[in-house]
Design a protein around this ligand. Structure first.
Ligand SMILES: Cc1cc2nc3c(=O)[nH]c(=O)nc-3n(C[C@H](O)[C@H](O)[C@H](O)COP(=O)(O)O)c2cc1C
Length: 188
C-alpha cells in the first residue's frame, strides 16, 4: 500500500476478531511509531504493549470508566450508554492494547512538543498497522482511569498516560465519517 492510500484508507476500528498479532508485526509497528519526528529528536513517547493477562487486566480497569459516564446521561441515549459500557469492558476484543505514556510537564511549550510528537508517532503506528491489514483505534477516554492503569503497568509518577491504541484484526468495516472541506486557508 502506498503512503497516501494508507492515509486515506485508515479508519478507526473498534471491533476485532480477537485473533493474536505476532510479535514480529508488533515490532514493525513500534519501529514505525519510533520513526516519527520530535524536537531535538527527544522521542518523548513510550509504548507499553499489552497482550494476554495484562491486556485483560487493562479491560478490567477501563470497565471502571463506566461510572464517569453518569456525567453524560443527559446527552447519551440509554442504548449508546449500554454500548459504551460494553465497549469499555471489552475494548472491542482487541488482542493488543498499546498504552502510550509521555513525561509530565507543567511547561506549555514542552507539553505542546510532547503531545504533537507523540500524536505523530501514534499515527505512524496506525498507518503501519493499516499496511499490515490490521485495524486500530486511538482512545483517550481512559483519561478517567489513567492513574489505575499506571499502577497496573508500573508507570512512574513522572509520566502520564495519554492514550490507548487498540490493535487487532478488524471484525468490522467502518464507514468513512467524512471530513470538513474548510481546513485550509491559502494566502499569498
Ligand atoms: C486524540 C484522539 C482521541 C480519540 N479518542 C477516542 C475515544 O476515546 N473513543 C473512540 O471511540 N474513538 C476515539 N478516537 C477516534 C476518533 O473518534 C476518530 O478518529 C474520528 O471519529 C474519525 O474517524 P476515522 O479515524 O475513522 O477517520 C480518537 C481519535 C483521536 C485522534
Amino acid at each position: 500500500m502506498d503512503t497516501i492510500e494508507a492515509i486515506l484508507k485508515r479508519r478507526s476500528v473498534r471491533a476485532f476478531d480477537g485473533t493474536e498479532v505476532s510479535r514480529a508485526v508488533l515490532d514493525r509497528l513500534i519501529e514505525a511509531a519510533g520513526a516519527a519526528p520530535s524536537p531535538y529528536n527527544s522521542q518523548p513517547w513510550h509504548f507499553h504493549v499489552a497482550t494476554g493477562a495484562t491486556r485483560d487486566a487493562i479491560c478490567e480497569v477501563t470497565a471502571l470508566s463506566t461510572v464517569h459516564l453518569q456525567e453524560y446521561l443527559d446527552v447519551l441515549p440509554p442504548s449508546a450508554l449500554k454500548r459504551a459500557e460494553q465497549f469499555f469492558a471489552s475494548l472491542g476484543s482487541a488482542p493488543v492494547i498499546i498504552v502510550v505514556s509521555v513525561p509530565v510537564s507543567d511547561d506549555t511549550l514542552s507539553s505542546i512538543n510532547t503531545y504533537m510528537s507523540t500524536g505523530g508517532a501514534i499515527e505512524n503506528l496506525m498507518l503501519a498497522a493499516c499496511d499490515e491489514g490490521l485495524g486500530c483505534c486511538n482512545l483517550t477516554f481512559a483519561f478517567w482511569v489513567r492513574d489505575k492503569l499506571a499502577a497496573l503497568l508500573g508507570i512512574a509518577d513522572d509520566r502520564e498516560i495519554i492514550s490507548l491504541v487498540l490493535v487487532g484484526h478488524p471484525a468490522e468495516t467502518p464507514v468513512d465519517p467524512g471530513r470538513r472541506d474548510d481546513i485550509a486557508t491559502f494566502v499569498e
